[in-house]
Design a protein around this ligand. Structure first.
Ligand SMILES: [Zn+2]
Length: 485
């Protein structure tokens, strides 16, 4: 269960990663020295263009502007400022003032160069900050090195290209052209991740989506084929549940860790959907067969990014789907799927500080009441799914319709807004009524009557069915593997 804590920790970091740098974390205005000269690029297309070059311990960035120059460049978070080694324009050093580099003297078509201290970053940062070294490969979250135009252009894109000996892995959409990457607005709002190295990348095509999977840190040796099978099967399980993969493209980083037992994962939304999975360096068949984290993280892409205070919704739905998707894909038996849910409800009901689900979500990290929040949300999801099945729909169908609308990752989503859309999409107010019944209640949602109606009860390490129960058919339909439809 450690993984689930890590996911929310990461999402908490994402929520804390605001577009504006914090003045509090801005060191005294620092003088920076001149790097190599930069030539104006008057022939550039409109917009802002980044050239990023990483070699050795130097990360050099050149930012060129089109016909309009923003007021300043500033990092997405103030903690990045101390790692700016130097910045210049036309051989003149530029200075950080009030959390940003003023661009008053830069003319249209002009460029600014800056350098980020990678060694310092690796020394001070941690994996949980999106920074680290895996063998010869580097993880360097753009939060630390991508200084943003302020204000950002609204009428032209921000684009990027990479130079140097190391290949990048970023979640940004890529096309042809001199600056092939388009940097989405969400890069500057939510936590993002990037990796550099000479690692192997392969594409999983699942439904109508392409997942770019990079294996860092030297790979998995003789277990490489098994790992590829596992991640592909996990992606296909998400696709099968939802009828299609919930986003068109995603970045997936597989991070081998010697000495690790069990898997660990997190999902990020900055710059596009992105998942990272920490995997034993030589995972056993049991490690991969019993893993739930890959399916779970990929299913997070079915909902728009939400603040951590709304974890009851996004972790609840995804925790529920994690069991259902694996059962439907045949990774779990139906009994194992039900056992996972019912056992989770039991564990979740024993955790909590006696406050409402809404309040518990707000303080989940401080009080470490993850099970209460995740499994309460999953119990709400089961209630919604049962009601929708009785109307010939399913919760997965409705969430899939939401995903197909391609919600804007840069929008400031709330759980209330998402529930309202789910109600519109299913044409029934069951989701909002179920939420209204439980969100401000202090008790864990009581599933006694629902379990009885479905005819399923925990029985030690397995479950006991009652086929005469009034909703036994719904119970069977929920976990039914594709092959037996
Ligand atoms: Zn999660």
């Amino acid at each position: 269960m450690r993984s689930r804590s890590a996911i929310v920790l990461w999402l908490a970091l994402a929520a804390a990663c605001t577009p504006r740098p914090s003045k509090g974390s801005n060191p005294a205005a620092s003088s920076v020295t001149a790097p190599a000269a930069e030539a104006p690029r008057t022939q550039l297309a409109p917009g802002v263009h980044y050239t990023v070059a990483l070699s050795g311990d130097e990360l050099n960035v050149e930012v060129c502007f089109g016909s309009s120059v923003p007021d300043r460049l500033a990092p997405p978070m103030g903690r990045a400022i101390p790692f700016l080694a130097k910045a210049s324009h036309d051989n003149q050093p530029l200075t950080v003032v009030d959390g940003g580099i003023g661009l008053a003297q830069v003319k249209p078509g002009g460029c600014v160069a800056y350098q980020v201290d990678v060694d310092g970053l690796i020394g001070k940062g941690s994996r949980w900050d999106g920074v680290g070294r895996l063998g010869d490969d580097l993880m360097l979250s753009p939060d630390w090195w991508l200084w943003s135009p302020d204000p950002r252009p609204t009428d032209h894109p921000i684009r990027a290209r990479f130079e140097g000996p190391l290949s990048p892995s970023v979640p940004w959409p890529k096309a042809d052209g001199a600056y092939p990457y388009t940097i989405p607005e969400s890069t500057f709002i939510w936590k993002a991740q990037a990796a550099f190295g000479s690692f192997e990348t392969f594409t999983i095509r699942t439904g109508s989506a392409s997942l770019e999977v990079s294996i860092l840190g030297g790979g998995f040796g003789e277990r490489d084929a098994a790992v590829r099978t596992w991640i592909t099967r996990s992606a296909n399980a998400a696709t099968a549940l939802l009828g299609d993969f919930p986003v068109k493209r995603a970045q997936v980083l597989l991070l081998p860790e010697p000495g690790r037992t069990g898997l660990f994962g997190y999902a990020l939304r900055g710059g596009g959907p992105s998942a990272a999975l920490l995997v034993p360096a030589r995972p056993s068949a049991k490690d991969l067969d019993e893993d739930w984290t890959a399916v779970h993280e990929l299913l997070h892409f079915s909902l728009p990014p939400l603040p951590t205070t709304d974890a009851w919704l996004y972790e609840g739905l995804v925790t529920y789907f994690t069991a259902v998707a694996r059962a439907r894909a045949g990774i779990l038996t139906q009994e194992e799927g039900w056992w996972e849910l019912l056992d989770g409800f039991e564990r979740g009901s024993k955790v909590g500080t006696g406050v409402s689900l809404r309040k518990e979500s707000e303080t989940m990290h401080d009080n470490r009441t993850y099970w209460r929040v995740y499994w309460s949300g999953a119990a709400l999801a089961l209630q919604m799914d049962v009601e929708l099945h009785e109307q010939g729909q399913s919760l997965a169908d409705v969430v899939s319709k939401l995903a197909k609308k391609r919600p804007d990752d840069a929008h400031d989503w709330t759980a209330a807004e998402v529930v309202k859309i789910l109600v519109e999409l299913c044409g029934d107010d069951a989701p909002s009524q179920i939420v209204a019944r439980h969100l401000d209640a202090r008790d864990f949602p009581d599933t006694t009557a629902l379990r009885k109606a479905l005819g399923v009860e925990l029985d030690g390490k397995t479950v006991r069915y009652d086929d005469k129960a009034p909703k036994a058919a719904v119970r069977r339909a929920i976990m039914q593997p594709r092959s037996s439809k």
